[in-house]
Ligand binder design. Structure first.
Ligand code: ZN
Length: 137
């Protein structure tokens, strides 16, 4: 779950539910999405938003920084609940800019920004014991 401002704007909501797939396990089977190139304000690297040019729906993301993965806009699946959101397989990132009132569940890795530095060094997560409500800033 990504709470960054880019994802807030992209979804029009509080955060993006973004299941991540290995690029080798992902393929477009119908149609050819258009691509919007976005320069990340954090890394300065390109993020590629693949979207439908007929209805405007954002479908998935690819990344200059993370070339081996594809991030899907979770709400675009026929069943947005099919993938596993178990805490050990999930994380919340960019809590530093999360919208007030957002509830962060307990027992899941959270990060103020990314989960790793730009050189790939992992950042130690914060894990809460109780639900956390993002307060007014
Ligand atoms: Zn984001």
């Amino acid at each position: 779950m990504c709470h960054c401002k880019f994802c807030q704007r992209a979804t029009g909501g509080a955060f993006l539910v973004e299941p991540i797939f290995e690029a080798a396990n992902f393929q477009v089977t119908k149609g050819t999405p258009k691509i919007y190139d976005h320069t990340s304000t954090g890394s300065g690297l390109q993020v590629f938003i693949h979207f439908c040019d007929k209805c405007g729906t954002k479908i998935f993301l690819t990344f200059e920084r993370f070339v081996d993965v594809v991030g899907v806009y979770g709400g675009t699946f026929d069943d947005p609940n099919w993938f596993d959101l178990a805490p050990e397989k999930s994380k919340h990132i960019f809590l530093g800019v999360a919208q007030r009132g957002t509830v962060i569940p307990p027992h899941i890795n959270t990060f103020i920004e990314h989960a790793s530095l730009q050189d790939g060094t992992p950042i130690t997560p914060t894990v809460f014991d109780t639900p956390q409500v993002i307060e007014k800033r």
